[in-house]
Unconditional design. Sequence first.
Length: 341
Amino acid sequence: MMTPMNTTTSLPTQAARTATLAAEAGSDAAADRARQSRDIVAHLQRSEIYRSYVDAFQTTTSLPLGLRALGTFQSPLREAKNANPFCGLMANGNKTCAACLRLQQEVEVSSAAEPRTLECYAGLAESAVPIRVGENIVAYLQTGQVLLRRPTAAQVGKTLKQLTEWGYKTSRAELEKAYAATRIVGRPQYNSILRLLSIFAEHLSSLVNQLMISQAAAELPSVSKARSFIAEHQAEEISLGDVARAVNMSAFYFCKTFRKVTGVTFVDYLARLRVETVKNLLLNPHKRISEAAFEAGFQSLSQFNRVFRRIAGEAPTVYREKLHGAAHGSAPEHGTLSFAA
């Protein structure tokens, strides 16, 4: 008589395999996000708008400013103009460097929702301001290395004692001199500085969105032709199948090729292109939001509002008010779009 197979022993193994595959998929996704973030940071650092702003910010505030990719816990302020000499000395010690790296990680994690400021063991504050594309964070603006209040003698003594316990070799006199040179910025002034960075982060978000639309390194002729077709017909109801037929490819292979080359899906690419068109049209203060949405190719306001918020990170009415002020805001618009004004 055949003994029934005991399948229960294989269940934990199967569950473990499933968990392993899920973990690997999550790890791959995180690696892709980090890689894309590094590419974005490199592009922004080369842009004229970023270099000009950094120069103006550092000259005006006397604070350092850096751009940090996701998952990179090395401080971007180390090589920045106005970097704190005390922080530079700390970077030379293993334990102090490890403490700094932990702070960088905590700053990134805590800044997931909004700009955050954390203080290190020495009382120095660092802040990270997220740069978003829609709901996703793609990089951080970082500044700080300042004291938000004048340190007491006890705080200075505690900091120097900690460094001594960590076996730091620099003379106490040199450490005291570097620490005493740390800039002190009052909380109200520092909060105003962070608001400026938040505004700049919004500008960079728009630049990143345009980059994600336009970049396509070593672009294949078929993808180049597809992008031209999409641009020409974006105001129409076009599908992936329409574009695939226009470039003589199967829908499956076109979808795979397009995402590999551009880094985004066809649907996301078309949505981003239409949102950028709406933004350009809304530069005209007399253009109704519904008119701009229709001209860009959206078929309903509900769809448009949902897509615009996802990509731009805010409602179209809020975006318009930021451009022209509430006085130019249009009346609420609902329902299906039509040719009517």
